[in-house]
Design a protein around this ligand. Structure first.
Ligand code: BTN
Length: 263
């Protein structure tokens, strides 16, 4: 079923996220467009939704498959009043918001993988790409881009991601209303963002740690050509993953692709 644009606008009227809504049948990337709108001064809480993206962007310069009619591709403009080094906390808060949104569809099976993947039964269902624009030494705005595989069937997945990706409908065993899902997503994102702004990172960090299965496990993180391995022991204030290495040293990993080692 296509998104019902009129229902979406009506249901989001007056909401912090989505009151200012831009809907596109097709677009290159909602993140790229959100950056353009942010630079033109679009207000905090502006949301962009696309039925399909022709150049969807993932982390580490990867592409994000964005076929029409099945999934959610959205970007949200935020204008946080805090220091730029806290920006990664917004990505982690978005992960918590997505996990809390998906959990009722697949209770107990949703989990977070650092830095910002959401998994159901250990397969990736959502990716988050956060971009920040500065104004001098302060944050001008942050774009939180969220892609959720919602009603994608297994046969429709590109071969290269078939073994590691899933969709909400596959895991829940039924078709999912994208309209209901996106409305809950924006509500949860608004709640997590307000929590972060009002009470600092601690409550979001606790929620994040409660939603991940990484802590205590042996993890390796690849960033560019470098690989760091250790036991995941926590999250730092700036959102970095803390690893305890074999040499009993705690190292901070700020970016990269994490693998949970099966041993
Ligand atoms: C990842 O690599 O895991 C992040 C994927 C983020 C994809 C979303 S879809 C909506 C928004 N627009 C984009 O081009 N990317 C993000």
């Amino acid at each position: 079923m296509p998104f019902n644009q009129a229902s979406l606008k009506q249901r989001l009227a007056g909401k912090f996220i989505g009151h200012h809504l831009h809907y596109y049948e097709t677009i290159g990337s909602t993140n790229d467009e959100a950056v353009r709108l942010g630079m033109k001064g679009s207000p905090e809480g502006t949301a962009l939704v696309a039925e399909t993206q022709s150049a969807g962007k993932g982390r580490m310069r990867r592409a994000w498959h964005s076929p029409p009619g099945a999934n959610i591709y959205t970007s949200i403009i935020l204008r946080p009043q805090f220091e730029p080094d806290r920006a990664p906390q917004i990505s982690l808060a978005a992960g918590v918001a997505v996990a809390e949104t998906l959990n009722p569809y697949c209770p107990g099976d949703v989990c977070l993988k650092w830095p910002n993947d959401v998994l159901i039964n250990e397969k990736k269902v959502c990716g988050i790409l956060t971009q920040m624009k500065m104004s001098g030494s302060a944050i001008d705005f942050v774009v939180v881009g969220i892609g959720i595989n919602v009603n994608w069937n297994h046969e429709q997945f590109p071969e290269d991601i078939q073994s590691m990706a899933t969709s909400v409908s596959i895991e829940a065993g039924r078709e999912i209303s994208r309209l209901e899902l996106i409305i809950r997503l924006y509500e949860n994102m608004a709640k997590c963002y307000r929590e972060l702004a009002q009470n600092g990172f601690a409550p979001i960090r606790e929620k994040w740690l409660g939603l991940t299965s990484m802590i205590g496990k042996s993890i390796s993180v690849m960033f560019q050509e470098e690989k760091v391995t250790g036991k995941a022991v926590g999250l730092d204030n700036d959102g970095a993953l803390l690893l305890l290495t074999a040499g009993n040293e705690t190292v901070k990993v700020s970016a990269g692709d994490a693998t949970i080692l099966k041993r």
